[in-house]
Design a protein around this ligand. Sequence first.
Ligand SMILES: [Zn+2]
Length: 250
Amino acid sequence: MIVDAHTHLDKDGHLYPAFLKSCAEFDVQYVWCSCVGLPSYIEYPTVEEVRQANEAVRAEMRRLSGFMYGYVYVNPRLGAAALDEFKRGLDAGMHGLKLWVACRHSDPLVFPLIEYTIERKVPALLHAWRKAGGNEPGHSVPLDVAELARRYPEAKLIMAHLGGDWEHGIKAVRDTPNVLVDICMSVVEAGQVEMAVRELGHERVVFGSDGPANDLRANIGKLQGAYLSSDERRAIESGNMLRLVGGKTP
Ligand SMILES: [Zn+2]
């Protein structure tokens, strides 16, 4: 059984049939999904745009009940309105926070949202990517995740994409035990999963695909091809994410 900790709705607000077919083929039994804007990703969404995105996730959760679970996407720059949107999403059955590139995760604008994840015992999926040419102002690098984690050691944080520049990203969060990493990215290089396990321990690595935009099968291949014990593989495939969400799924 595989749990996919990182998926997105497609342009039309659905997880489309080809993706669901791949999930069935590879025994992906649960997916955790966010929508970061419709019809395409929105970096600095308004109150209305995040609400529309999160409503689309909830509609898809109803259609795919028992299979799909939702992260609430917010723009921390919206202040109190962002926190309201987050609360509304959780009260409507969503189970986690998704932050993308509106502002850095170490920015104080993010603190009230993370404090609320702690109160509600839900995880936060945090995009991070260290770019070779430097990041845009709101685009977090892995060290932003580490800084946030040190401030809130009881928060359940998932750093997406191994931080992009993965060798750097893994090292950046090594000393912050409340940060897990998901392995999804378009870059499939030998040794990614093994290094994450070696440096962080297998309990801190979760499977994600970033599908449907990214290839679910390529990311499953990355995990299947990694040199791991069967216990380590099972933990990454499903056990760690199920533990993180505290038995939200059956
Ligand atoms: Zn993503």
